[in-house]
Design a protein around this ligand. Sequence first.
Ligand SMILES: NC(=O)c1ccc[n+]([C@@H]2O[C@H](COP(=O)([O-])OP(=O)(O)OC[C@H]3O[C@@H](n4cnc5c(N)ncnc54)[C@H](O)[C@@H]3O)[C@@H](O)[C@H]2O)c1
Length: 291
Amino acid sequence: MKITVIGGGIMGSGIGQVAAQAGLDVTIVDVSEAGLDKAKTSIAASLEKFESKKKVQSAADVLNRIQFSTDWSSVGEADAVIEAVPEKLELKKQVFEKLDRLAGEDCLLASNTSTLSITAIAGATSRPEKVIGMHFFSPVPMMALLELVKGYQTSEETVEKARQLGVQLGKRLITAEKDYPGFLMNRIWLPMVNEACFALMEGVGTAEEIDQGFIDGYGHKMGPLRTIDMAGIDTTLWAMESLYEGFGDPKYRPCPILKKMVEAGDLGKKTGKGFYSYEGGVKEDAKRVVV
Ligand SMILES: NC(=O)c1ccc[n+]([C@@H]2O[C@H](COP(=O)([O-])OP(=O)(O)OC[C@H]3O[C@@H](n4cnc5c(N)ncnc54)[C@H](O)[C@@H]3O)[C@@H](O)[C@H]2O)c1
């Protein structure tokens, strides 16, 4: 089976990696050569860890199953395409318009969007029944969950194809039956994370205390602020904006601190600084609270 992933950032590289680990032929397509280099380096590092823990037999064999390209020609050969470009509706629509022109008629077209309307994304194609949300969780090679999201016109055949692909990738599935902003998981998770940002901004506690509270009080492996440092502050802000716009309800108003951090270019681990500092890549540094 051949799969093309559009966008080789945090999510696209993770999705490409698990697909290659499952034995699929993978192409990761990105607009940026630098982005593709970064994807290759991060996949290689992750596979080496898996190899040393005997979770992967040969990291080199898995990596060899992945092509990295700025060229879209693999789309025409793909059995499935999973899109993982930034969380902006207009960009995703442009990508799906192009996929509609290039993909074979039986190709499964999936979006990894966190919050955006699958129905609107599918509307950019001439085959909305073949478009579905396949929402993976980060880091994709570690997280078991895959949330399928049915658009208004998604066919049962498409749902079944996506389900089979998800199982092949080793994921456990849940399905959002209706296409509301944030689907099942992010509709609940993001307002809570946003509230953690407001609590920090209003000085109720420090980032470390908020995160520690979630670890010690609720048994989470990582607190909400550390988690969105990993996910990307930009991605979190855009996802929150999409909930706010999609529901038209003030309870989803994005916390201003998220906006300020994006304006400042402090996007979390990927830029070396978010709520915590990751400069130098030293683990201890991650404990130094920035905000
Ligand atoms: N980060 C998370 O934890 C997370 C979790 C679940 C879902 N998502 C969703 O996954 C998607 C991607 O998020 P991410 O965190 O990987 O973002 P990212 O910023 O790490 O990566 C996005 C990549 O897309 C590339 N890109 C931009 N325009 C493109 C185009 N026209 N064609 C091809 N590539 C293009 C960029 O160069 C970049 O490498 C978003 O919709 C996001 O909401 C993110």
